[in-house]
Design a protein. Structure first.
Length: 325
């Protein structure tokens, strides 16, 4: 009787023994090894004893857990794919993509390996090309014109008056020379001291007015050129005008053909030679105490001396000249 009980106990305890791990396999293959060990031995049925198969239950439990993970993973990947498709099908907002990576993901390896010059060929350079072209700033009814030459071609540099290497050149031309052009240019050179210039101006107005401006900063040159052109255009609206300067620069003094430096200078522009004589005759007879120097030119009257006196006399002569016109 004791031998029979021993045999029963041994049969019960045998399935609970764990198989030894194979050192060549990892923990991932442990299940396969235990499965083969169990299946090779046919279980011995003992009457009146219900022995539960724990290994089969654990195996079914593990398989059900793996199936659930696979199902969750497939559902998650399916939802991600659907969201990506929806994002790619959305139209761009305000002319650009909301996600810049969307366009980057569409680049192929062939396009990414293109040479640099081929990629530039497809880049939008039209705007820069337009900015580098020469432009006509404007023109007036009396024939005055203004141009700006951005990065002029080397073959054309000899056509300008000065051989100065500059990134931009501005030009203003007019059919006649007027003193207003000198006063306005004098103000411009004070406001833009880095600008270089070339000037053709004749007080007898026997030749055209030509002004060239040179500046490495193209935007600065364009700004100064527009200011000069606008002021000259406004001065052309009136035939008779007065221009005054307090402590004129040596440059302006030289251009007006004055031999010495003066405190004040004024020009009455738009009157004929004998009209200037007429105005001075009346002034000298009525105001003999006015100490003022003058020069009568073909198309204007030049006055210089004490600034306050020059300012007062030039303003009075302007009113008289307007009455005569």
């Amino acid at each position: 009787m004791s031998d029979f009980m021993k045999s029963i106990v041994q049969e019960v305890m045998k399935p609970n023994q764990k198989p030894k791990e194979n050192p060549l396999f990892g923990s991932e293959t442990r299940f396969l090894y235990s499965k083969s060990t169990v299946e090779n031995k046919s279980p011995q049925t003992i009457p009146k004893i219900n022995r539960p198969n724990y290994q089969q239950k654990n195996r079914q439990k593990n398989l059900s857990f793996i199936k659930e993970e696979l199902a969750d993973h497939r559902a998650e990947s399916r939802s991600n794919n659907e969201s990506v498709v929806k994002k790619e099908s959305l139209p761009p907002v305000n002319g650009y993509d909301k996600d810049p990576l969307t366009r980057l993901q569409t680049l192929s390896l062939v396009q990414g390996n293109q040479p640099i010059h081929q990629q530039w060929h497809h880049s939008p350079m039209r705007k820069n090309n337009v900015e580098e072209e020469s432009q006509l700033i404007g023109q007036t009814r009396d024939g005055m014109k203004a141009w700006i030459y951005s990065s002029p071609h080397p073959k054309l540099l000899q056509n300008f008056q000065r051989s100065i290497k500059s990134n931009a050149i501005g030009v203003i031309t007019s059919q006649k020379c007027q003193p207003a052009q000198l006063f306005i240019l004098n103000e411009l050179l004070r406001e833009y001291p880095s600008m270089k210039y070339f000037l053709l101006w004749d007080k007898e107005s026997t030749q055209s007015f030509v002004l060239e401006l040179y500046e490495d900063n193209a935007e600065l040159l364009k700004q100064g050129l527009k200011v000069m052109f606008q002021r000259l255009s406004q001065s052309s609206y009136k035939q008779i005008q007065v221009y005054q300067a307090h402590s004129p620069s040596p440059w302006l003094t030289k251009q007006l053909d004055l031999k010495t430096q003066v405190e004040g200078v004024a020009v009455l522009e738009g009157i004929e030679y004998y009209t200037a004589v007429f105005l001075l005759d009346r002034l000298l007879k009525r105001s003999a105490d006015k100490n003022i120097h003058y020069q009568i030119e073909t198309n204007y009257l030049l006055m210089y001396g004490n600034y306050e006196t020059v300012k007062e006399v030039s303003g009075e002569l302007l009113k008289q000249a307007e009455r005569l016109s």
